[in-house]
Design a protein around this ligand. Sequence first.
Ligand code: SAH
Length: 344
Amino acid sequence: MDLIDKAAEGAALSKEEWLSVISDKEKYPDERLRNMASSIRDSVYGRKVYLRGLIEFTSYCKNDCLYCGLRRSNARAERYRLSPDEIVSTCVHGYSLGFRTFVLQGGEDPWWRDERLVPLVKKIRSVCPDAAITLSVGERSDESYKALRKAGADRYLLRHETADREHYSRLHPSDMSFDNRMRCLRTLKRIGYQTGAGMMIGTPGSSFETLASDMTFLQDLRPEMVGIGPFIPHHDTPFASEDRGSVALTLRMLSIVRIALPHVLLPSTTALATASSDGQIAGLEAGANVVMPNITPMGEREKYLLYDNKKISDEEDGDNLSSIMERFRRAGYKGSLERGDFRA
Ligand code: SAH
């Protein structure tokens, strides 16, 4: 029995052990990891792919993350903010298409303080009573997370970005803190959100070691969801001329995360689909079981640019569900519009 078999049986591996799983492609070939991950996913969730309606509701952001096109120093970013009514109608439209999870994602936009966001969540909860509400609006206070949970939010996505403190400080300005990110994630778990952590693959200065730290962190936090995608440079950021992250390594990490956390809800991300034309299906084959088609109203969709060439048509289009479903079917999967909650 080697390390990955131990991990598959639920054993916690040390950072050094994860390092050898991640880096030793001879001992742990991609194909073996993919096959293990895929059969683990099949035994927990079957061949279902859960579809989430993604609403990118604000491109304003007070943060200055070095990798992100929405960073506050990017004067060229087009800023928009959907109104509460527009967001509710987008949910109602998504509901009529069949979606039963809405993901409200945005920059850290100070306009959306609790006095506005809490009533919005309540409103969505009342018009779409059986839909899951997922928030992805960054770092907030414990009180805010509690109020939003009470208003009806079920899930919260907040990628940790990297579990390596030093690497975190290469990716973020000094007014952002690793400790606060960690506090937020622990709070979200404690309050009872289905919590999503996650990391980009191949950010400048990252290494197999930083990924090994991500694995020990994920193993310890035990998030219900993990978002993983390749880093893709954006031309108006300090990382404009850095290399993009490897698709192969992203797929390998998806498999490793599925093996370490068999029940995790694992999206095949837009960044992966952007980096490779067959990335979305490759992500499912690596062990993913969630996709998040975009249902943001058309005029705004092309303005939410975290990175260059973001895929906005085709497999990402929530208004084109039948072609999404058909592509999954051809690949041996079944698209599902159910809420798709975490199965403990
Ligand atoms: N403000 C929210 C949502 C951020 S956008 C928050 O802080 O959680 C969602 C994710 O996109 C980020 O967590 C980050 O991991 C990813 N992202 C941002 N810029 C990216 C880039 N250049 N390449 C790939 N992924 C990126």
